[in-house]
Structures are given as C-alpha cells and as structure tokens.
Design a binder for this molecule. Structure first.
Ligand code: ADP
Ligand code: ADP
Length: 244
C-alpha cells in the first residue's frame, strides 16, 4: 500500500510542482496518472521512489517511509519499487539478459555489487522475467538490436527481476509507435493481474489510459483534481483535467 499525505514539492527555482497531494493506492491496483505536460506527474512518481525529496508531506510504501534516509531502509524501498522509463535506459552494448540482471543490483549495497558475480539463481530468475515479457528468444542479443517496444519490455523485465511490489512508469509509451505502445500496456496489465504488482503509470494517450487503467488520477498544476474508477470517468472529467 502506498500512502501519500500532504505532499508538496517546490523546486529550487520556485516552481511549485506538487501542492497538497493526498493519495492512497492499494496493493494490486492499476492506476494511470493523466494531466497536461508540467502538471507534476513525473515529480509525483519521483517522490514515490525517492528520486525527488518533497518539500513537505510524506510518502509511505508498505510501511517504509520514503526519504527516511538510512542505507538498509533505502535498499528495502528500492527493491520494492521497480521503475521503467520513457527512454528505456538500457545499456545498449550489453546483451538483453545482462540488462535484466542489472535489475538485481538495485538493492545490493554498492560495495558488494562492484565485486559480485551473478549466481545461477539470478540468471534463472532473469530468464523467467524475460519469459514473462515474451522476449526469452532475444536473451543473447545486444539490447540496441531490439525495437523500441521490445526494449521497453526488457525494461519491464529488468524491473521484475527485483521482485517488486510496485512498478512505476513515467511516460513509458512516449517514444513508441501505437502498436508497440499497446503491447507494452498489455505486458503491464499481465504482470498487474498475474503477479499482483501495483502499477502506476503516467500517460499522454487518453484512449490507452481509459482502456487499461482501473483507476484514473487527474493532475493539474500540482494538485489531484480527479480520482475515479475508470468506469466512472466521463469525457467532461477529461476535459476538466486538460483544459480546466
Ligand atoms: P509532468 O510530468 O506532469 O510533465 P513534471 O513533474 O515534470 O510534470 O513538472 C512539474 C513542474 O515542475 C513543471 O513546471 C516543471 O517545469 C517543473 N520541474 C520539473 N522538474 C524540475 C526540476 N528538476 N527543477 C525545476 N523545475 C522542475
Ligand atoms: P517530462 O515532460 O517527461 O516530465 P521534461 O522535459 O519536463 O520531462 O523534463 C526533463 C528533465 O528536466 C527532468 O529531469 C525534469 O526534472 C527536468 N526539468 C523540467 N523542468 C525543469 C526546470 N524548469 N528546471 C530544471 N529542470 C527541469
């Protein structure tokens, strides 16, 4: 469960990116964040994974408070939260399987990851994650030989190898064509339904949001201005989110 209370973020340049955000997201939910560019969606996702430190308020993930700095807390948290990115952020020259194995490093102390060899168990787990996203046959290809949609699915496998409770995705479709976008959303839906991983994803594409989300959160000017099950979202709600 993710509990966000009274969250504010003001960047050093004075931009108020988040203003009193309160949200509770239960285990296994599939939430899409919608809102115009600059609304604060990325900032909110980054506050959840601890990449951005809020000015005020709290984020708690399964009882662990984000930002309560201490090494082992942070690792516990990082392990629970998988991230995928707009630009995939794969290591281009590494093989697909090695990219997925990189996910195993996310919660290892740095000193040990420097010297660490992957165990047979790590490799088996990485392969099973590649199977989950339908790319086991690409395991030994270089990451940059894959299409954009395939690379994004490698990104999902790299997150899955952490065995996270939550998967955060910031505009994961932004550099994909419509067909790959759909495949990526289908992969997200599958891991949400089958592995019961909570998925929180920010999207530009309203149609895909309405098709795949179970809950839609609308954000504008740093505030949550809509929060509904997808079945109750009307065209008017969407206009309000985008045009005020
Ligand atoms: P969205 O993801 O909805 O496009 P962002 O969270 O990226 O919104 O941005 C919210 C606001 O905060 C925008 O006005 C943006 O310019 C500003 N912003 C984002 N990141 C930074 C930063 N690192 N420093 C200063 N301002 C930022
Ligand atoms: P997005 O729309 O995907 O959120 P942006 O293009 O707004 O991405 O931002 C790209 C990067 O620049 C992000 O790391 C964001 O934090 C940073 N950024 C955005 N706005 C500002 C700003 N006004 N000042 C400094 N950094 C910013």
């Amino acid at each position: 469960m993710i509990r966000i209370t009274g969250l504010y973020k003001e960047y050093p340049n004075g931009v108020q990116a988040l203003c009193d955000v309160n949200l509770e997201i239960g285990n296994g939910e599939f939430v899409v964040l919608l809102g115009p560019s600059g609304a604060g969606k990325s900032t909110l996702l980054r506050c959840i994974n601890g990449l951005v430190r809020p000015t005020a308020g709290q984020v708690e993930v399964n009882g662990v408070q984000v930002g309560a700095e201490n090494g082992s807390n942070l690792r516990k948290l990082r392990r629970q939260i998988g991230m995928i990115f707009q630009q995939f952020n794969l290591v281009k020259r590494l093989r697909v399987l090695d990219n997925v194995l990189c996910g195993r490093l996310a919660y290892t102390p740095l000193w040990s990851s420097c010297f660490r060899f992957f165990s047979r168990r790590d490799v088996e787990l990485a392969k099973s994650c590649l199977e989950r996203v339908g790319l086991i046959d690409k395991a030994y290809q270089r990451a940059d030989q894959l299409s954009g949609g395939q690379q994004q699915r490698v990104g999902i496998a790299r997150a899955l190898v952490q065995q996270p409770a939550v998967l955060l995705a910031d505009e994961p479709l932004a550099s994909l064509d419509p067909r790959s976008s759909r495949t990526v959303m289908e992969t997200l839906r599958e891991i949400n339904c089958q592995d019961h991983i909570t998925v929180i994803v920010s999207l530009h594409d309203v149609d895909l949001a309405m098709e795949f989300a179970r809950r839609v959160v609308g954000i504008r000017e740093g505030s949550v201005i809509m929060d509904k099950p997808v079945s109750q979202v009307t065209r008017k709600d969407l206009e309000y989110v985008y045009d005020g």
